[in-house]
Design a binder for this molecule. Structure first.
Ligand SMILES: [Zn+2]
Length: 81
């Protein structure tokens, strides 16, 4: 199974067919995992991927399942399972 590869950063255009854009604002976006891509942190398929360029992020609520974090030089990635 393919794993989300962030060794050279994260560019959503590399995963256009595998990730579906759900929401987007100036610095952040939330994507749904369409094809069971593996999480860069744990390897298991994730459900949602949140990507942010912002310095700080607040989540109003948290999902029940596991949460993984990954970072590139420019972005923070939060993956929910
Ligand atoms: Zn994970």
């Amino acid at each position: 199974m393919a794993r989300l590869d962030i060794a050279d950063g994260f560019d959503v255009h590399d995963y256009r067919s595998k990730l579906k854009l759900i929401t987007q604002d100036a610095g952040s976006m939330t994507l749904a995992n369409r094809e069971g891509l593996g999480c860069p942190a744990c390897g298991d398929p994730f459900e949602r991927l949140f990507v942010s360029d912002d310095e700080t992020v607040r989540f109003a609520s948290a999902p029940n399942g596991p949460i993984c974090l990954a970072r590139t030089d420019e972005r923070l990635l939060v993956l929910t399972h």
